[in-house]
Design a binder for this molecule. Structure first.
Ligand SMILES: Nc1ncnc2c1ncn2[C@@H]1O[C@H](COP(=O)(O)OP(=O)(O)OP(=O)(O)O)[C@@H](O)[C@H]1O
Ligand SMILES: [Mg+2]
Length: 387
């Protein structure tokens, strides 16, 4: 009998089988070893939606804790425009300490300092007094990190802090300068061992760099997460299906890669739908179409609908042309296809329309003057909408 669906079609859900990312894991282990020797080279993971940032950070946490290194994994919350930096610093201090796998009430130096500053540490969170609002965020963060280290240095050789989704700091992006200043302060560099690893979406990180150049030099190296390879994609499917009571036809597995290009979120979602549609424990050609449609509907709800809404009616006509052809197209080729299929289109402006679609994230530039849709699933989504 088929077991409950073993796929994880939700952002942030830990995959039942974690595949690939060997280079990133090696890199992490190297940086851990360096940090233990006293050189903390904080680094950054860049990756678009659903590419596996959170899953990788969870893997880092597991590895660090297997080695008995204390680790705190935090998902940064959303901020409003105009929020003060102290709000971000409060979140950092509260979350870093609460997410450590220890009883923080036992952190004597830290608790004492917090109490002196008017902060009560409760089991579920901190209670900040009004006084905290007027505190200078930089020394506050520095003091808190120093005291956390003082309390814990006998228990761990390094404290790993994993900050997931730092793009949420966007309305208070100046906080990166505070973080950089604190982490490069002598007090922290010489007397503590914290290794910070940040995850962010590439477009938002570029914006931060434009506003605050020096943070780019500080939070390097950067690792860019890519889709899984074909071999890795097949391994995800095969290993997750092991002992599930369900099998996928080899043609279906191949097609999952063809359609998702090894994008972890897309492949988990598609496989989850295929699994739910199994007949007698088998997933064959018969259930492909309905599973793909369900997947496109979900991708529409979570992302594609809002992306597509960004396009004007004329831009949508152009997207539709791009979706009908598998290959990336040059501006000239797009114009000639438009002439054939949409004779009313203002051809002289094709270049402008193409560039506008790139800046909206609806098209990708693949080299000079060559354009394609960002993703095969998006192409299928457009075709479904215009059918
Ligand atoms: N290396 C991997 N092997 C197998 N499955 C993975 C892997 N990485 C991620 N996944 C799966 O892919 C999906 C998306 O992963 P994850 O949530 O980590 O992405 P993300 O980049 O953090 O996404 P978001 O931008 O939404 O925060 C999850 O279902 C996860 O279980
Ligand atoms: Mg995530």
């Amino acid at each position: 009998m088929a077991k409950p669906n073993p796929f994880t079609p939700k952002s942030g859900w830990e995959p039942h089988v974690f595949v690939g990312r060997e280079k990133e894991i090696e890199f992490f282990k190297k940086k851990l070893a360096e940090a233990i020797r006293g050189r903390c080279d904080h680094f950054l993971i860049l990756g678009d939606w659903g590419i596996g940032k959170t899953a990788l950070l969870k893997e880092f946490k597991k590895i660090a804790q297997e080695n008995k290194y204390l680790t705190s994994l935090i998902s940064i919350g959303q901020y409003k425009e105009g929020s003060p930096f102290i709000d971000g610093v409060k979140e950092l201090i509260e979350q870093i300490s609460l997410k450590l796998p220890i009883n923080i009430a036992k952190l004597k130096a830290f608790t004492k300092k917090m109490n002196m500053l008017g902060i009560q540490i409760l089991g579920s969170g901190f209670q900040f007094s009004k006084r905290v609002e007027s505190m200078n965020p930089q020394p506050f963060l520095l003091t808190a990190l120093s005291d956390i280290w003082r309390d814990l240095q006998s228990k761990t050789e390094v404290i790993v802090v994993l900050l997931d989704d730092v793009q949420h700091f966007s309305p208070i992006s100046g906080i990166f300068t505070i973080l950089k200043n604190v982490l490069s302060d002598e007090e922290i560099v010489k007397k503590t061992k914290f290794l910070f690893i940040l995850s962010c979406t590439p477009a938002e990180w570029m914006q931060f760099l434009r506003k605050h150049h020096p943070i780019g030099r500080y939070f390097t190296p950067r690792l860019s997460l890519k889709q899984l390879s074909k071999e890795e994609t097949l391994r995800v499917i095969n290993e997750i299906l092991l002992d599930s009571g369900v099998t996928f036809d080899p043609v279906i597995k191949e097609r999952v890669f063809e359609y998702t290009g090894g994008h972890p979120y897309e492949l988990q979602l598609l496989c989850s739908n295929l699994y739910d549609n199994q007949i007698g424990g088998k997933v064959t050609e018969e259930v492909w179409k309905v599973s793909l449609q369900e997947t496109l509907n979900s991708l529409g709800e979570i992302l594609f609908d809002s992306l597509y809404e960004e396009a004007s009616p004329k831009e949508r006509e152009l997207l539709c042309i791009m979706a009908r052809y598998i290959k990336p197209l040059s501006s000239k080729e797009v114009t000639s296809k438009l002439r054939k299929h949409m004779p009313e289109f203002p051809f002289s402006n094709t270049g402008t329309y193409l560039n506008r679609l790139v800046s909206k994230g609806l098209l990708k530039k693949r080299g000079r003057g060559i354009f394609s849709l960002p993703d095969r699933m998006f192409k299928e989504y457009i075709l479904l909408r215009v059918e």
